[in-house]
Design a binder for this molecule. Structure first.
Ligand code: AP5
Length: 225
């Protein structure tokens, strides 16, 4: 199943993608993670992307498209992957459709994480990440056993620079102006499914698993017919 995760910042896209990776072996391709890795390693992409990311603005389309198409072409598994945070503009979505149809790898399903604004603000301001393994925590909803320390590897947790209140506001504005329209774009293709992003993580995962098993059995039926 080739999926796109769509939704506002803080909707829980990354959290659910990691759960699907750990429980069902999906490849998790996150634009945000790939860009942050480039910034950390001071690559050409990282140097150009840093200022946009810190301001909560989108990195220019052509740069992200090239980076993600290369990532997909080089992926070890082209059958079961999740694009998390990509596409994010109509231009990116059209380019992705064109390129994937040439590769005969069309997107099967887009999951829209419908989430209220108060939820996302609380989630983003409380998010903490592991500086070594990248594990994701929340100071209230998903706290580590020992404050400030990663349960998985013992390294220190940190707060993302773009999780300040001012930058969160900017990211939400960018989502409203440039990304939200993709809901209609994918609805028109008949591949949009919705989950309730406001629920606690285990319940969101149950909704997601149910949608996945329905889509997989629909697929099998199509093959039989
Ligand atoms: P990116 O890293 O993709 O950020 P985002 O879309 O803003 O998404 P987040 O990572 O903030 O949220 P999420 O939905 O994954 O939530 P999470 O699971 O972490 O992008 C960063 C920047 O990169 C962009 O601003 C832009 O500059 C650039 N960029 C990226 N893609 C681009 C593109 N395509 N084009 C151009 N530029 C691009 O959860 C959040 C918190 O809530 C965590 O603490 C978690 O523990 C907690 N939580 C999660 N789920 C639940 C739940 N169900 N209940 C309670 N708590 C929960």
């Amino acid at each position: 199943m080739k999926m796109v995760f769509l939704g506002p910042p803080g909707a829980g896209k990354g959290t659910q993608a990691v759960m699907l990776r750990e429980k069902k072996g999906f490849l998790h391709l996150s634009t945000g993670d790939i860009l942050r890795e480039n910034v950390k390693n001071n690559t050409g992409i990282g140097k150009k992307a840093k200022a946009f990311m810190e301001k909560g603005e989108l990195v220019p389309d052509d740069m992200v498209i090239e980076m993600m198409l290369d990532t997909i072409k080089n992926a070890r598994d082209k059958k079961d992957f999740i694009l998390d945070g990509f596409p994010r503009t109509a231009y990116q979505a059209k380019k992705l459709d064109n390129e994937l149809s040439k590769l005969k790898l069309p997107i099967d399903m887009v999951v829209y994480f419908k989430t209220g604004i108060n939820t996302v603000i609380l989630r983003l301001t409380g998010r903490r990440l592991c500086s070594k393994c990248g594990a994701n925590y929340h100071i209230v909803n998903m706290p580590p056993k020992k404050q400030g320390i990663c349960d998985k590897c013992g390294a220190e947790l940190y707060q993302r620079k773009d999780d300040s209140e001012e930058t969160i506001k900017k990211r939400l504005e960018v989502y409203d102006n440039q990304t939200k329209e993709l809901i209609d774009y994918y609805k028109a293709q008949g591949i949009l499914k919705e989950v309730s992003g406001d629920l606690e993580a285990g319940k969101v995962y149950s909704e997601l698993s149910e949608i996945l098993s329905t889509c997989e059995s629909d697929d099998r039926n199509k093959v039989r017919k």
